[in-house]
Design a protein around this ligand. Structure first.
Ligand code: TXA
Ligand code: MG
Length: 349
């Protein structure tokens, strides 16, 4: 299949391109598109054949449910039942935006889209291209992250093409995704609500709106023995080809441990990659050093994490050491993705 790539500008989104992309969705095809979190791989959420194509294009196990993206609140009642007052408050505060909510599903949503679950994940993205595409495609767009299963999520159209060229009808190019990490997922069919995946809408932001929320134990646990409630969270994810180890501790000790480990590995003839921040990147004389951005501007770190993990796959490094990041606020989401990429391999120094 020939994948069309269409560049769009946010000042004046080309209606003709959106109409063309919407027609592809309506006729059962797949279109990758930008959102404020990561790129999504879109298909008609109400068409089971489209969901089947999404699983096939990603190489994703079909028990792993898809998020249904909508463009207006009124669409929600067609697909979700028993919407709680807390859910309403969260939508008032964070929709459109990087928050996905889990509801009891209505029969309109095919089982194929929810991986056979009685619940449905719903998100209303704030990205204007995403919004226009959802409207043009019929109002309900199933979209997982637009990457081959197991690889880091995509934050540019070029990354999408790397993984999915030839497997989907179209890619809408809206430049770099601003947040760079997938949405926060909260199960509001449970009481109290439970965070199934941390993201840019943090625990304290949620609690300010609705009081206590819990966090799925599988996110906190350092081993993968606890089964996560979001089926997709159980898979090894984001993993670069070279083994990744996170080095955690007081900054000076981390820098000297990574320097030492790098020297040792290079003496053994290995090539080493290092993931650091602007504040420390210049302190590594050896190894291939990649900075995620400034620790003082956490949003830079989240925006660049997946890109840096991907870029290490283009190099010949044998192992990667990463500095740890603070596990609070947006940092909780950053560390969640980094720990998964490392298969929970952490060295405390
Ligand atoms: O930011 C995002 O959420 C992006 C953009 C494209 O919107 N999408 C995304 O989708 O990250 P995906 O499919 O890569 O991740 C969705 C996660 C998976 O871990 C899946 O198991 C979980 O959501 N999920 C979906 N439906 C669920 C449900 N009914 N119950 C529990 N978890 C669910
Ligand atoms: Mg994904």
């Amino acid at each position: 299949m020939d994948t069309k790539i269409r560049k769009l500008s946010y000042d004046g989104i080309d209606r003709k391109v959106i109409e063309e992309a919407g027609q592809i969705l309506k006729s059962g095809g797949l279109v990758a598109f930008p959102t404020e979190t990561v790129y999504g791989l879109g298909g008609d959420a109400l068409n089971p054949a489209s969901s089947g194509k999404i699983y096939a294009a990603k190489g994703r196990p079909s028990d792993n449910p898809l998020i249904v993206h909508i463009a207006e609140r009124s669409a929600l009642t067609q697909i979700a039942a028993n919407i709680s007052g807390k859910a309403e408050r969260l939508m008032d505060a964070f929709w459109p935006g990087p928050l996905t909510l889990i509801f009891e599903k209505k029969p309109l949503v095919p089982d194929k889209t929810t991986g056979g679950l009685p619940t449905v994940a719903v998100r209303m993205p704030s990205d204007p291209i995403a919004e226009a595409l959802i409207r043009a495609g019929g109002g309900f767009v199933a979209a997982p992250s637009a990457n081959v299963s197991g690889r880091p999520s995509t934050t540019t159209a070029a990354h999408v093409a790397e993984d999915l060229n030839g497997r989907i009808e179209m890619i809408l190019d809206g430049g770099q995704a601003v947040i760079g990490l997938e949405s926060t997922i909260v199960d509001v069919s449970a009481e109290p609500p439970v965070i199934l995946r941390p993201g840019a809408v943090t625990k304290s932001m949620l609690e300010r709106e609705i009081g206590a929320v819990e966090t799925d134990k599988a996110i906190i646990a350092s081993d993968s023995g606890v089964r996560p409630k979001a089926p997709g969270m159980k898979y090894r994810h984001y993993a670069p080809k070279a083994g990744l180890t996170i080095v955690e501790g007081e900054t000076e000790r981390v820098v000297s441990a990574i320097r030492h480990l790098t020297e040792e590995a290079e003496r053994a003839g290995k090539k080493v990659g290092i993931i650091a921040a602007d504040e420390t990147a210049f302190r590594y004389p050896a190894g291939l050093v990649q900075s995620l951005g400034a620790r003082s501007r956490e949003a830079e770190i989240s925006a660049h994490l997946f890109e840096v993990l991907r870029r290490f796959d283009d190099t010949e490094v044998d192992c990667i050491y990463s500095e740890a990041f603070e596990d609070a606020g947006l940092g909780t989401a950053i560390m969640n993705r980094l720990l998964k990429a490392a298969g929970h391999q952490v060295l405390r120094v």
